[in-house]
Design a protein around this ligand. Structure first.
Ligand SMILES: Cc1cc2nc3c(=O)[nH]c(=O)nc-3n(C[C@H](O)[C@H](O)[C@H](O)COP(=O)(O)O)c2cc1C
Length: 219
């Protein structure tokens, strides 16, 4: 890549990251195509996770009645109903040695190696899982979902798709209303995606970010 090409790409990247903002009001009439949705789901699937374990699932809430119902469990934030699509990033309710064994099986099949060859890696992963308490495993899984969130928001922005990262919701109510517990899942993050409303008052606001010299420590 020439330096000029680099500069063009760098400017485009910063433009994309500045263009996105946490949308407060979505245009309820503007929908993503199924193709766009599939691409966003692929972005979630490609998100890296610790050891590659992927202790998560991504729920697309398609039922509009349910989405309306979720507003009151989301600090009355309408985005969950008005956005084109509602994604709920979920962790597994439990993570244990069996999940590791299943994953090892998947590595063996995908890469054409024997599970015996992966025994060392398997034991290391089992140690990482079983060495944590149930609560620690939950926190570990949740931290990784924030990587999926970051990936998703950036990918959305690069495609001109709006999103809003949301922690402002009652996870217990989501688990119940969406029957997540019986699917072995717990809601961690909510991400409405779609298109900003023309009159979203937040769209024109300048980004508030600390200056680099306050944020960066070079040692
Ligand atoms: C983890 C996380 C949770 C957030 N939860 C909410 C939320 O529930 N509702 C909302 O409107 N914005 C939410 N935000 C948006 C932030 O307020 C916003 O990203 C921040 O103010 C920076 O502004 P910008 O994203 O518009 O650049 C959340 C952001 C993050 C990263």
């Amino acid at each position: 890549m020439s330096h000029t090409e680099y500069q063009t790409q760098a400017a485009a990247l910063l433009e994309t990251l500045s263009w996105r903002y946490a949308v407060k009001k979505f245009d309820a009439e503007k929908k993503l195509s199924e193709e766009q949705l599939q691409l966003l789901l692929e972005v979630l699937r490609l998100t890296p996770s610790s050891y590659g374990l992927q202790a998560w699932k991504f729920v697309v809430v398609e039922n509009s009645d349910l989405r309306r119902e979720l507003i009151k469990h989301s600090w009355n934030q309408d985005q969950v109903a008005d956005a084109s699509h509602l994604l709920v990033l979920c962790r597994k309710s439990s993570l244990n040695g069996e999940d590791v064994e299943q994953f090892v099986q998947e590595i063996a099949e995908t890469r054409g190696v024997s599970t015996e060859e992966l025994a060392g890696y398997e034991n290391m992963m089992k140690g990482a899982v079983e060495g944590r308490t149930k609560d620690e495993r939950a926190v570990w899984m949740e931290k990784q979902l924030y990587i999926a969130l970051g990936n998703l928001m950036t990918a959305c922005a690069s495609l001109g798709i709006d999103s809003c990262p949301m922690e402002g919701f009652d996870a217990g109510a989501y688990d119940e209303l969406l029957s997540l517990e019986e699917k072995g899942l717990n809601a961690v993050l909510v991400v409405p995606v779609g298109y900003r409303a023309e009159d979203d008052a937040y769209a024109p606001l300048a980004k508030v970010r600390k200056p680099l010299d306050e944020l960066i420590v070079r040692i």
